[in-house]
Every structure is written in C-alpha cells, then in structure tokens.
Ligand binder design. Structure first.
Ligand SMILES: Nc1ncnc2c1ncn2[C@@H]1O[C@H](COP(=O)(O)OP(=O)(O)OP(=O)(O)O)[C@@H](O)[C@H]1O
Ligand SMILES: [Mg+2]
Length: 115
C-alpha cells in the first residue's frame, strides 16, 4: 500500500498524520517506509528522534527524496516494503504530483474554520 499525505495548504496536520500512520503500521509488524518529500524535513526529524528514544519502539525507516525521480523510486521501493507513507509539503510541487500519481490512496487533510 502506497499512501500519500499531501495538499497545497500548510499546517493542516499532514506530517502528524503521516508519522502516526507509519508508527501504527510498524506496531502492527508491517515493514514501513516513510518518505519525507518536504525540505522542512520534519517527518525525517521525527523518525530520527524516534530512533534516539530509549523506548526502542517498532522502527520506522525513513528517507528524504525530492524531485521528479520520486515516482520511479517509490515504484522500486514498493517491491521491498509492505507500506510506503509519503509526507508531502504544503504546496504544489513535483513531489506532490509524483506522489498523487504513484499512490494507491491519497489523503488531503484540511483545517476547519470557525467563522
Ligand atoms: N489533529 C490535530 N489537532 C490539533 N493540532 C494538531 C493536529 N494535527 C496536527 N496538529 C498540530 O498542528 C501543527 C501542524 O501540524 P503538522 O506539522 O503535522 O502540519 P503539516 O500539514 O505537516 O504542516 P506543513 O504544511 O508545514 O508541512 C503542529 O503543531 C501539530 O502538532
Ligand atoms: Mg509537514
């Protein structure tokens, strides 16, 4: 399963959803790869911090990947992982578009307004 968490709006919780989804699936003993395609690198930072924690939870492998090569890279990596979770930055980008093409499911979170 290749899952994209993306959207053009910033700060809607994409990385929070992507990292928690990756952790949940890893805790179900699935081989999970998290791909951080946002130059901010917050998903990658999360994975590194998790590796450094003493709890030694089910590991989530994470790589950073940018640019047009994302689609071919994901298609190749999908042969080796049960789940690939792609975290895309909050803007239109080649990574978001490549992720939309290659994913089985795409989730685009929105932030509800109050007015
Ligand atoms: N369900 C939620 N309820 C309340 N706060 C949330 C929720 N999900 C995420 N947040 C908070 O909202 C902020 C933005 O979350 P996050 O970094 O996941 O968004 P993002 O869409 O990945 O942002 P960016 O577009 O910058 O990549 C963070 O401070 C996070 O802790
Ligand atoms: Mg993010």
């Amino acid at each position: 399963m290749i899952i994209l968490i993306g959207g053009e709006k910033g700060g809607t919780g994409k990385t929070t959803i992507a990292t928690n989804l990756a952790a949940k699936r890893a805790m179900e003993n699935r081989d999970v790869l998290l791909i951080d395609t946002d130059a901010q690198g917050s998903a990658n930072y999360w994975a590194q911090s998790r590796d450094d924690s003493e709890a030694k939870p089910h590991r989530v492998a994470c790589i950073q990947k940018f640019g047009k090569g994302l689609q071919a890279e994901v298609q190749d990596l999908a042969k080796r992982y049960q789940d690939i979770i792609i975290d895309a930055g909050g803007r239109d980008s080649v990574e978001l578009r490549a992720g939309l093409v290659v994913s089985n499911k795409a989730y685009i979170p929105i932030q509800p307004g109050c007015d």
